[in-house]
Design a binder for this molecule. Structure first.
Ligand SMILES: Nc1ncnc2c1ncn2[C@@H]1O[C@H](COP(=O)(O)OP(=O)(O)OP(=O)(O)O)[C@@H](O)[C@H]1O
Ligand SMILES: [Mg+2]
Length: 519
């Protein structure tokens, strides 16, 4: 919030005529502006199309309102509520209002008057013709301290119902991060009403509320961190890096003023654990995990791309320190290139995202995954935006052993009962995802035959078994050898290896193999 207060103060001092603030939280914006006006000797006026100026009913007409502002001779800040529909969307702007705004910007240049438009994040797009006259500011969601005051206010008459010790209170407040002041208030009230008391059991409730609120952004999803680093077989160098960087989030690292890790790109072969690693960072570092669907932003599915990207940035900064997981980044940018419509906007949105990656002050760790680095704009992988690019290849034989152990364990099978060495040797060129599938298929087979799963069931799924009508499993790599070779060549000098070991080699495509996964 400090940052916003400073930014708006600077603009007002520098006589910026028109400022656009994207926020659903009119009330909080007004409080900030009222504080600023009082400190700096400005008068704050508010306007809405139903109440006109300062609730007096005058000047409710949107065009007339601008004339009145133009005539203002005092030091003043005008807060305009929901003015955006009168400006219109890009391409469909109201010509009179836009022209009047441009004139107004000129007229106010010599006066100490700033007009601040506040409107909900999802509706704002500055039309081209006003781009030079309006500055857009982000309004951050409430931080911990502010949430603390909200909690105190909401519970001031209900002290006897609040059962939070210091640590639980902190966890409770953290679970409110990412919500607006109003939704936080509502969540607190609901948490009290449901059973008459506020205690640690309510944290789950609030988190659920938050998950829903965040999903409504259309581009972000709040993920429970279920995968752990123990679920990953192999990839020792990558896991080592993650363990060492995780320490940067500790109190001790804060005391030594270590910089926050910025991000990580995981590039590599399909099904070898890129997404799995990205998810497991959250539990390793004990941070919340947000999945950001950039494809929906750039692909134009949700529309309003500028507002969407700002929402994503805003929510992730409010939740920071957190992990912002961007899966299949290459697909998002493939969409960007083929996007036919308003590609100028798309490029601008991409530019603002890149700038944020570079300049972000808050500890939002970006974990991006991609199969095809050639699809990515090269500037994305530059250092300064992310810390490191890792290349994730097919697992080696010892790594496949580890992966078998992980998935047998997950299927509640005791790995000691299986000849893991033999299985790992029979699965040259298989990905982690394929090994997982073998284990699951073998369990079905054993179940069908009314026995416990044995090595033999897994071996049948791998090599095929004519007597059981099972065909040999053809790993995807055998059909994608060219792409994988290309990827490997790309990675040299551009990415760090995720594993110390030589990767699995790509098997020949067998003549009769038909059990391939559909491409
Ligand atoms: N190294 C591994 N250790 C354990 N399990 C693995 C490993 N690699 C893959 N798996 C299993 O395969 C599943 C799919 O892998 P994941 O989604 O992480 O692959 P990916 O590299 O992201 O693939 P894609 O490029 O297709 O997105 C995982 O959820 C996990 O169950
Ligand atoms: Mg993936």
């Amino acid at each position: 919030m400090e940052a916003f207060a400073d930014q708006i103060r600077q603009r007002v001092h520098a006589r910026y005529p028109l400022v656009y603030v994207q926020s659903l939280e009119e009330q909080r914006v007004e409080e900030q502006l009222a504080g600023l006006a009082e400190e700096e000797g400005y008068t704050l006026h508010t306007w809405s199309c139903t109440q006109g100026f300062d609730g007096r009913g005058q000047g409710a007409d949107p065009l007339q309102a601008l004339d009145e502002i133009s005539g203002c001779e005092e030091k003043a800040i005008f807060l305009m509520r929901d003015y955006h529909p009168f400006i219109g969307a890009p391409g469909q702007t109201n010509p009179q209002i836009c022209r009047r705004l441009r004139d107004l910007a000129q007229e106010l240049a010599s006066k100490s008057v700033t007009v601040v438009f506040v409107s909900p994040a999802a509706l704002v797009r500055v039309p081209e013709e006003l781009a030079d006259d309006i500055v857009v500011l982000d309004f951050p969601l409430p931080a911990l301290a502010e949430l603390g005051s909200i909690l105190d206010r909401q519970t001031s008459n209900l002290r006897s119902r609040v059962h939070l010790d210091a640590a639980t209170r902190d966890r409770f407040l953290r679970s409110l991060l990412g919500l607006t002041a109003k939704t936080a208030e509502r969540a607190i009230r609901r948490a009290i009403v449901n059973d008459g008391r506020l205690d640690d059991a309510d944290i789950v409730l609030v988190q659920e509320e938050k998950r829903q609120v965040i999903r409504r952004t259309g581009v972000l999803e709040y993920y429970p961190a279920e995968e752990t680093i123990q679920d990953i077989g192999g990839l020792d160098l990558l896991k080592g890096w993650l363990r060492s960087r995780g320490r940067a989030f500790t109190e001790e690292a804060r005391r030594h003023d270590l910089p926050w890790p910025r991000g990580l790109a995981l590039i590599g072969v399909q099904g070898c654990g890129k997404s799995l690693v990205a998810k497991s960072i959250a539990s390793l570092w004990q941070l919340p995990l947000l999945r950001f669907d950039v494809g929906r932003v750039f692909g134009g599915l949700v529309g309003e791309s500028e507002a969407n990207i700002r929402t994503a940035i805003n929510v992730s900064e409010a939740l920071s320190p957190c992990i912002l997981w961007i899966d299949e980044l290459d697909k998002a940018f493939a969409g960007l290139r083929s996007y036919q419509g308003d590609s100028g906007t798309q490029m601008r949105v991409f530019g603002s995202f890149i700038t944020w990656l570079q300049e972000k002050q808050r500890p939002v760790f970006v974990a991006a995954t991609a199969n095809n680095p050639q699809e990515l704009p090269p500037e994305l992988l530059r250092r300064g935006r992310i810390d490191e690019t890792f290349f994730v290849d097919l697992p080696s034989q010892p790594e496949r052993e580890e992966i078998f152990r992980v998935h047998l364990g997950k299927q509640r099978q005791d790995p000691a009962r299986f000849d893991i060495r033999r299985l790992s040797e029979a699965t040259e060129g298989f990905s982690g995802a394929e090994i997982e599938q073998i284990v699951i298929d073998a369990r079905f087979l054993a179940f069908f035959e009314g026995t416990q799963a044995e090595t033999e069931h897994l071996a049948a799924q791998i090599a095929g078994d004519p007597e059981r009508d099972i065909e040999p499993f053809v790993p995807l790599s055998s059909m994608m050898s060219e792409q994988i070779e290309e990827l490997r060549a790309w990675s040299v000098g551009r990415a760090r290896r995720a594993s110390r070991q030589e990767p699995g080699s790509i098997p020949e495509m067998p003549a009769g193999g038909r059990r391939a996964i559909d491409l």
